[in-house]
Design a protein around this ligand. Sequence first.
Ligand SMILES: CCCC/C=C/CC(=O)SCCNC(=O)CCNC(=O)[C@H](O)C(C)(C)COP(=O)(O)OP(=O)(O)OC[C@H]1O[C@@H](n2cnc3c(N)ncnc32)[C@H](O)[C@@H]1OP(=O)(O)O
Length: 285
Amino acid sequence: MSRNILFLSKTINSNVRRLCTTPTPVQKAEKLVLIDVNDKTGYGTLSMNRLPVNSLNVELFNALSDAYDEMEKNKSRGVILTSTSPKIFSAGLDINDLYSGDSKSWSELWDASQEAFLKIYDASFPSAAAINGHAIGGGCFFSMICDYRAMVKGYQIGLNEIQVGIALPKVLVMIMGKLLPRRHAEISLTQGTLYSPEQASKINLVDDVVVDKAEAIIKCEAFLNKFRKIPMDAVNTTKRTIRREEIDYIRNNKQKDIDDFVKAVESVEAQNTIKMYYQALKNKK
Ligand SMILES: CCCC/C=C/CC(=O)SCCNC(=O)CCNC(=O)[C@H](O)C(C)(C)COP(=O)(O)OP(=O)(O)OC[C@H]1O[C@@H](n2cnc3c(N)ncnc32)[C@H](O)[C@@H]1OP(=O)(O)O
């Protein structure tokens, strides 16, 4: 076994050792994002529901965008983003798509991801992530673009794209660079570090560490409640000032950003690593 494959196997195996043993529920043909609006608070809980691991593909990105559109239409006061899986928030981009796609499908994937990014990051209401399991790669990123993160103990979180062989898309670098202290962002992005929630909270990657999903939801509600007495127009204007750079970057460079992503995924080095990663994932049992 080459050093690289051994490294990838070790990484994946160490992920597995940390998992709790709750069985994955049987999947019926259901919506990819379940919406549950609390009539009392006006908060919508959006649960990613692409089991077993909520890997992000065009359909899940589109379902997230549609769910946010619905929340905007209904003048939501806030969203809690979580997952129906008992142990995985999201395992990131769908490795099958990275492994077997082509430039057209990767363009479509990134296009859909940009749309979902803008819907969440530029929403007119706050989002709080109840991270009830592993949040890896794109899964970590989608929690990072929420306004708050509470994560359940015992799982892992991080942007591991580099380990999958993908040069980090610019918007991920921009956002991690703002969220984490500079040195931690640099190490995390260039080494693809996965953190425990306790480690993540020390570097600002998560705000609170909790014992279970119920507590994560309570923390998220408490965070959203803080906005109840503040005029939302003022909050949104301020938030957009803070977030302008990343939003403008995607809006004004949409096609270039897609091209950059496709270039990063289709490089020979990336494809070789994706192939090893995919095989290690499939062979780990
Ligand atoms: C939007 C901006 C994004 C920018 C770019 C992002 C790049 C990425 O996101 S790359 C993907 C990064 N993600 C990973 O490296 C996660 C890899 N997966 C794991 O480490 C583990 O699967 C897990 C810890 C998430 C879960 O472990 P568990 O033991 O519970 O389940 P498994 O048996 O490993 O997996 C079940 C099933 O799901 C398949 N699978 C796992 N991850 C993915 C994935 N990312 N895409 C597609 N499919 C995935 C896995 O192969 C298993 O399938 P089979 O049952 O058919 O073997």
